[in-house]
Design a protein around this ligand. Sequence first.
Ligand code: ATP
Ligand code: MN
Ligand code: MN
Length: 308
Amino acid sequence: SAKPAAHKRKDETLLLGVRLTHPERVLFPEQGLTKLDLARFYEQIHEWVLPRLARRPLSLVRCPQGRNDECFFQKHPRAAIPDSVPRIDVPEKKGSAEYVYVETAADLIGLVQAGALEIHPWGSRIDHLEQPDSLVFDLDPDQGIAWKEILRVAGTLRERLESLGLTPFLRTTGGKGLHLVVPLEPSAEWEQAKAFAKGVAEAHAQDDPKRLTTNMSKAKREGRIFLDYLRNGRGATAVASYTVRARANAPVAVPIRWDELNAALRADRYNVQNLRRRLSSLREDPWVGFDEAARPLDAQLLKVMGVK
Ligand code: ATP
Ligand code: MN
Ligand code: MN
C-alpha cells in the first residue's frame, strides 16, 4: 500500500493545522501528561477558554522541557511562538513591544507548541487596550491559613463589591487562593482602575487587620491573606480561566458559582484530568451573566474610593 505523504517527521504531528514538535514529550511528569495531551485538552475545551481569553495581550509561563525543568515568565516570547499566532504592538514608555494574543483554537495549540504551560492575559482587550474590562482581586493566603478563612474573606469581599454596585465572579486559581473577577464596561483608565482596586482592598483590610493585608512584604503577610490588588495595573496579568498551571497535578484555574464555594472545595480541585467531567456535567456556564453584569467605574464610584 502507498505510504502517506512524508509531510511531517516522526517526532512531530499536526493538530488543527499547527505543527506540534515532540508531541510525546512529557510536560507534567507526575501525571505522564505529554505535549500532545495538553494540546488535545485545549482542542477539546477551547469553547470554554476562548470567549474570555481572546484578543488580550498575553504573558506566558514557558517550560519547553516540562514543568520540572527550566520555566520562564515571558511578556515578549517572540520567535518561540508559531507565526500563525497573532501579534499586536503595544505602546510602551519608549516605543512599543510586541505581544501575542489568541483568537482561535489553533492559536491555543500554537502556544502549547511553544511550551506555554501557563497563559496570563491582561485585563483589557486589544480593542480597548487602555481601558480594562475586568478587575481581579487576588486572594493570596499565607501558608497555614485555613481554607475556611479564605472562604470567609471571599464572601465578605463579595459583599463589599456588591454594595458598590459591582458583581464579582469567583475562580479557583489551581494554586492556593481564589480570584474575584469583576466585569467592567471598559471606560476608566488603568491608573483609575488600579487606584479603585487598591481603595477597595485597603478598606477591606482595615476592617480585619489581623487577618488581611494589602502590604506585599513577607513580614506583613505572615499569618494573613494578602489582598493582591496589583493585578489591576497596565501590563499586569492574572491566569486565564480554564488554563493550566505549571504545578504538580496539572491544576487548572476554573470559574465556579458562589454556591460551590464551601468547606470541601480547594483552589486546586480541578485539573487537566478531571475538568472535562465537570464541564460536561454543568447545566450552564458558572459565570452566566458575566457580560451583562459589567458596569463602568464611573465618576461616582471613583469618588467613593477617593480616586481622582
Ligand atoms: P495562587 O492562588 O496560588 O496565588 P495565582 O495565579 O493567583 O495563584 P499569584 O502568585 O498570586 O498566583 O500571581 C497572581 C498573578 O500574577 C498570576 O496569575 C500572574 O498572572 C501574575 N504573576 C505571577 N508570577 C509572575 C511573575 N513572575 N511576573 C509577572 N507576573 C506574575
Ligand atoms: Mn494569587
Ligand atoms: Mn498574587
